[in-house]
Design a protein around this ligand. Structure first.
Ligand code: UN1
Length: 497
């Protein structure tokens, strides 16, 4: 195995952190496989990175946007070339099966080409003036230096959702990956370097909460984009509010799948297996609540139990693995504590609930796919994010009740409804409180060119992906051109009485 890329990357130079502390990164499926020791960066490293980003902003920010797009296209080409080797290392580091990490890289490729194209479409408005011989328009300007702080579960897709539009719009970046996916972050940045991205345009600072805090609080960072836990996101929001920074938060979910009596149950089963147990349930979009009509409840739960218990659990870089480990011991502890809570609350443990055992599973963080039935809407396992392979099943007897239950949470990221009735589907699109609603598909599966984000406790109103993310990464400048040759006051100063 080639040596891991364990250094920071600042101003085009791979370098150690200024203090010597490091943290260890291990394979969650094979804990004896140590990926490397990564720098525990501090205030000084972050400061160096921000300075480099600020310096690079002077040229990057004023370059014609389509020229920036050319860099993104080259990055997309290199990601395509290295898709398999990158995916292998991502699976090794964060556990999801190889076919899923390849999908993760593909999302980055799509985002690269999409953002490259958007550099030719960073539209402003031209608007009629109140005055004769006056021209009004708005243009987009980059914001400056953006801090990008990401989670480990999509170690390439999510950072690139943030960085590619940031770069397309003319910003420069300081990127702090999750301490559970530092190597994937470094391999991604290496691709930027190899694609010829100028020094300082993207800087990589490894580390944990200290490095993240230093980045958020740095006076020369203009905007922060974060994906991760609600607790951390709230703290970032408080700091950014105090420091007058723009910030985009993408946090928890407790995503419902509503299944009505007329649903195509074969389709539902496929959707549930993917939505609830894909990525071992560790997506912020994972299907974590099944809200199912009483008429089809028993049939659905029985088939689901059968299919979920047959999922092949193992190391994701082995061919037939369908479900990998969870990320670390802390995740095991948290998920196990929720399984205990579910039992105490009186839900029925219908499947799983234990560490998964068997050949090849001795040295990793493996859990069984777990299903709770007889869950009522106010139980903690029905409302709190578990971030693991645990599905809570709630029985309902009408569409109206289903929507009420679906909305009975503090989060609002993704949602799904399975029904054959088109009117009901259209009602649900409006009535489910979530940033995303899938009709006859599971709660996961965002496409790169569509807005992504949540309402209520999930976010703070911004969207990633699609065209809307460019609203976040640009400042609007309003321009008035008066070619009348005389002082024309605005209408408010001209109207008599
Ligand atoms: C996340 O879990 O943070 O739609 C993002 C999906 C993925 C993105 C998930 N494309 O599930």
């Amino acid at each position: 195995m080639s040596e891991a890329l364990t250094k920071n990357y600042i101003d085009g130079i791979w370098q150690e952190a200024s203090a010597g502390a490091t943290f260890k990164d291990v394979n969650p499926a094979v804990n004896s496989d140590v990926i490397g020791n990564f720098p525990e960066s501090g205030v000084e490293d972050v400061d160096d990175a921000v300075r480099a980003a600020r310096k690079a902003f002077r040229t990057w920010g004023s370059m014609p946007a389509p020229a920036r797009g050319d860099y993104l296209r080259r990055i997309g080409d290199l990601l395509t070339e290295r898709k398999s080797e990158l995916a292998f290392q991502m699976t090794r580091e964060m556990g999801k099966p190889f076919f899923e990490t390849k999908g993760d890289v593909q999302e980055a490729i799509d985002t690269a080409y999409y953002a490259a194209t958007e550099t030719r479409r960073l539209f402003g408005h031209t608007v009629p003036s109140e005055m004769p011989n006056k021209f009004n328009m708005s243009i987009r300007r980059p914001i400056g230096v953006c801090g990008v702080i990401t989670a480990w579960n999509f170690p390439v897709a999510v950072p690139t959702w943030k960085m590619f539009p940031a770069l397309a719009a003319g910003n420069t970046v300081v990127f702090k990956p999750s301490e559970d996916a530092p190597h994937s972050g470094a391999l991604l940045v290496k691709i930027f370097e190899d694609a010829g991205l100028p020094s300082g345009v993207v800087n990589l600072v490894q580390g944990s909460a200290n490095a993240g805090r230093a980045l958020v609080e740095h006076p020369d960072v203009n905007a922060v984009s974060f994906t991760g836990s609600t607790v951390t996101g709230s703290k970032i929001g408080e700091s950014c509010g105090r420091l007058h920074k723009r910030f985009s938060l993408e946090m928890g979910g407790k995503n419902p799948m509503i299944v009505l009596a007329d649903a195509d149950l074969d389709l539902v089963i496929e959707g549930l297996l993917w939505g609830a147990f894909g990525t071992t349930g560790q997506r912020c979009t994972a299907t974590s609540r099944l809200i199912v009509h009483e008429d089809v409840h028993d049939e659905l739960v029985n088939t689901l139990k059968e299919r979920a218990s047959a999922l092949k659990i193992g190391y994701g870089n082995e061919d037939d693995t369908e479900m990998g480990p969870v990320i670390n011991q802390k995740a095991i502890d948290k998920i196990e504590s929720y399984i205990a809570i579910g039992k105490e609350e009186g839900a029925t443990l219908a499947l799983g609930g234990n560490r998964a055992e068997g050949p090849g599973l001795e040295d990793g963080f493996f859990l069984e796919p777990t299903i709770f039935t007889n869950v009522t809407p106010n139980m903690r396992i029905a409302k709190e994010e578990i971030f693991g392979p645990v599905l809570s099943v709630i029985k309902i007897s009408s569409y109206e009740e289903a929507v009420k239950v679906a909305n009975n949470i503090e989060f609002g990221l993704s949602s799904a409804i399975y029904t054959q009735d088109i009117a009901t589907a259209f009602r649900a699109m409006h009535e489910i409180e979530a940033g995303i609603t899938y009709v006859n598909g599971p709660t996961i599966g965002a496409e790169a060119h569509m807005p992504f984000g949540g309402v209520k406790g999930t976010g703070n109103g911004h969207r990633e992906g699609g065209w809307e993310v460019f609203e976040f990464y640009t400042e609007t400048k309003t321009v008035y051109v008066d070619y009348s040759g005389k002082l024309q006051k605005a209408q408010i100063d001209n109207v008599e009485d």
